[in-house]
Design a protein around this ligand. Structure first.
Ligand code: FAD
Ligand code: SF4
Length: 495
């Protein structure tokens, strides 16, 4: 423990954000740089409590009090060594993780929690700046080959781990660039893409082979993959968006959030937008919010990213509507510490300008004579007892129309795409996701699955965790045992 009185002396502080009016004119990161001495004070707030609940809050089991201590001592090499032992990509999670660890920080019971996510980013950036993140050229090869399908955080974490174990890894990606939703879902203002490229350069130099524009199931048949590789790991994500099949769905101006977001990431990268993030040709042309009344349907993170992107396009107005009631401003009683709290969250995109409404259902999209969207018909909802069960029902007389020329559907993802590769492999499904026991699919022991494709729509930190755990399962399958780190194992662990 760096400074026993740190949590009494220092308050939680995060880097200042760029002014909202300034940042909506670009796609650059929102936080301003922060001095290492200030990070040291934040690390000093860690109490090194007897039972660090934050370990458990983090899906990776990051060994948080130990790296906080190393940061307090300004021993950045050691801090990175600890962090990298459980997390392959702290430069991603340090920027975009919702930080469930902070919700279970013991200091958070009666004071603002330790700024763990930000400390993680600082360690990662300090490590790159000091040249600590270098390719390992001394990996002893096993002669085994592994194909990974999908290059999101799950596929990348698995590739890094399996390569470290000595296997020859090829990552197949159907999009034109590597990164999955890191690349073509999450906007640049949350994660600039040089951050991904910097890591990919290290992985490539270490021997991981990346093949883009390769839709497995189409360009390479499933059977070929099974004969050409000793093991196959599927990390194709949860890519089928939840639709809203109401009257007017076919109108021009109604789009899935991912079409809108991935196009913008392509624009920022100066890549052609005619082909979407799946490698499919766009039927819809450029989707722009400029000068339009935008309504984002869905109150989650994807919706919030649509808000930030619409404001950057110069929308006339941006409104986000959600079916469920407004969450409480503080942690709900149903989710006491150290659980992930159910509560209202306001993102940096919301701060930039957006009207938010809850308990609203969309009944129809209304078009003009040319088939262009011009309004939404919405209705208020409220909880009522129906046949002895609580249900959201329409409030009589509340139906109304709101102007809208661009509606973005951000109601989540249902499951992975089953037709094509997954069906060709004759895999089993559980709630629509690929069924696997310890990441190994039951019909074919040579085929493994991880990330959103296995667990359903989730978070980057969970995808990395799944990729690491699946890599251990694949390594054990190939070698009989695995030396790869188990979750929260190690000399650093205190529980
Ligand atoms: C808009 C948006 C914003 C988000 N923001 C955050 C956030 O801020 N923080 C956070 O923690 N999480 C966020 N998430 C969730 C997070 O991005 C995902 O949980 C995570 O990326 C899942 O990782 P994955 O590796 O399982 O799959 P993905 O990232 O979805 O990657 C799967 C990849 O597989 C490829 N693929 C699929 N099928 C094939 C095939 N047959 N052949 C070749 N390639 C194939 C796909 O093209 C894709 O590139 C966000 C999600 C979205 C949609
Ligand atoms: S990866 Fe996320 S949950 Fe884990 S320590 Fe970092 S910010 Fe916390």
């Amino acid at each position: 423990m760096g400074k026993p009185t740190g949590f009494l002396e220092f308050t939680r502080e995060l880097p200042k954000k760029r002014d909202a009016q300034e940042r909506v004119h670009d796609y650059k990161e929102i936080e301003k740089p922060y001095a290492e001495e200030d990070t040291q004070k934040q690390a000093a707030r860690c109490m090194d409590c007897g039972i660090p609940f934050c370990h458990n809050g983090c899906p990776l089991g990051n060994i948080i009090p130990e790296f906080n201590d190393a940061v307090y001592e300004q021993n950045w090499d050691y801090a990175y060594e600890i962090l990298a032992s459980t997390n392959n990509f702290p430069e991603f999670t340090g920027r975009i993780c919702p930080a469930p660890c902070e919700s279970s920080c013991v200091l958070g019971i009666n004071k603002p929690p330790v700024a763990i996510e930000f400390i993680e980013k600082s360690i990662a950036e300090a490590a790159f700046a000091r040249g600590l993140v270098q390719p390992n050229h001394g990996i002893k090869r096993t002669g085994k080959t592994v194909a990974i399908v999908g290059s999101g955080p799950a596929g990348l974490a698995a590739a890094a781990q399996l390569n470290k174990a000595g296997h020859t890894v090829t990552v197949f990606e159907r999009a034109d660039q590597i990164g999955g939703l890191l690349r073509y879902g999450i906007p640049d203002f949350k994660l600039e893409k040089w951050v991904i490229d910097r890591r990919l350069n290290v992985m490539e130099a270490e021997g991981v082979v990346f093949k883009t524009n390769t839709n497995v199931g189409e360009h390479i048949k499933a059977k070929e993959l099974l004969t050409d590789f000793d093991a196959v790991l599927l990390t194709g994500g949860s890519t089928v968006p939840r639709d809203l099949p109401i009257p007017g769905r076919e109108l021009k101006g109604v789009h899935f959030a991912m079409e809108f977001l991935s196009q913008q990431n392509k624009r920022v990268a100066e890549r052609p937008v005619e082909v979407d993030h799946r490698g499919v040709k766009y039927a819809n042309g450029d989707i722009l919010a400029t000068g339009k009344n935008v309504v984002v349907i869905g109150g989650g993170d994807t919706g919030s990213d649509c808000v930030g992107t619409s404001n950057r396009h110069g929308a006339k107005s941006v409104t986000q509507i959600e079916l469920m009631p407004m969450p409480p401003a503080e942690r709900a009683e149903s989710t006491p510490w150290p659980n992930w709290p159910m509560m209202l969250r306001t993102s940096t995109s919301h701060e930039e300008g957006c009207e938010r409404h809850w308990s609203i259902n969309t009944k129809a999209f209304i078009g003009d004579e040319n088939g262009n969207l011009k309004a939404l018909r919405i209705v208020d909802l409220e909880w009522q007892s129906v046949d002895g069960k609580m249900a959201m029902v329409e409030v009589p007389g509340s139906e109304r129309e709101i102007d809208c020329e661009l509606a973005l559907l951000a109601a989540g993802f249902v499951n992975p795409q089953q037709e094509g590769l997954l069906n060709a492999l004759e895999l089993e499904y559980e709630r629509g996701n690929v069924k696997a026991v310890n990441y190994q699919t039951t019909p074919n022991p040579k085929v493994f699955a991880a990330g959103d494709m296995r667990r359903g729509q989730s978070l980057v930190v969970w995808a990395i965790s799944e990729g690491r755990e699946a890599a251990r399962a694949v390594d054990t399958f190939l070698m009989g045992e695995s030396q790869l780190e188990a979750k929260a194992k190690s000399m650093f662990a205190t529980v």
